[in-house]
Design a protein around this ligand. Structure first.
Ligand code: IMP
Ligand code: MG
Length: 178
């Protein structure tokens, strides 16, 4: 079945099974690394919600952890503006805590670098970055996630929580636009 959004045909990039396989792999790594550390997973809304839900479901049930969310936006249309509008919504005091930031995709790296800088001001014990996707060769800042599902080519992707101007966020597989 062809999926068409705003007149563009979507091409499958990763199937549900492929995504699940990658997510389970990093959930296992995190479970092993954070035993007894009582980490706090902080999801970057909106894009990370689906990835985070899958990741959390794949984490070792023996692990004690909290979840929290921040919300910001640096994207308009298909271009990253590089401007982080607002870091808001954190409900927990992260001072002295082990933080794992959950991000959907890193392109320029500007968004997540700004987030990490803000987080560090709150004096957590540690901050690690867990991203679902990294667009190869597009970074304007040298940033390497501590946990990463996969690198992707320089294509605009949608689905699995990522939208294109509010279309496609609910697709449970990852697609790219031709
Ligand atoms: P960065 O600041 O350039 O790294 O932009 C990262 C943010 O832009 C991500 O959190 C996404 O929300 C959004 N983004 C980057 N690339 C894509 C894409 O291909 N599809 C949808 N959203 C994207
Ligand atoms: Mg995002």
């Amino acid at each position: 079945m062809n999926l068409v959004i705003k007149g563009k045909e979507l091409q499958l990039y990763f199937s549900k099974e492929q995504l699940n396989h990658m997510v389970v792999k990093i959930a296992n790594q995190i479970s092993a690394d954070y035993q007894e550390k009582h980490p706090i997973f902080i999801g970057v809304l909106n894009g990370a919600f689906m990835f985070m839900a899958d990741l959390i479901r794949a984490v070792d049930p023996q692990l004690k952890f909290q979840i929290d969310f921040i919300k910001l936006s640096s994207y308009e249309g298909k271009q990253s503006t590089g401007i982080v509008k607002a870091l808001s919504g954190l409900k927990n005091d992260i001072k002295g805590r082990h933080v794992i930031i959950i991000e959907d995709i890193i392109e320029t790296g500007l968004t997540i670098t700004a987030v990490i800088e803000e987080m560090k001001k709150l004096e957590p014990a540690s901050v690690k970055l867990c991203a679902c996707f990294l667009k190869t060769g597009k970074q304007k800042i040298n940033i390497q996630p501590d946990y990463l599902c996969t690198e992707i080519e320089d294509k605009f992707i949608i689905g699995y929580g990522l939208d294109w101007d509010e279309y496609g966020r609910g697709l449970d597989q990852l697609y790219y636009i031709q």
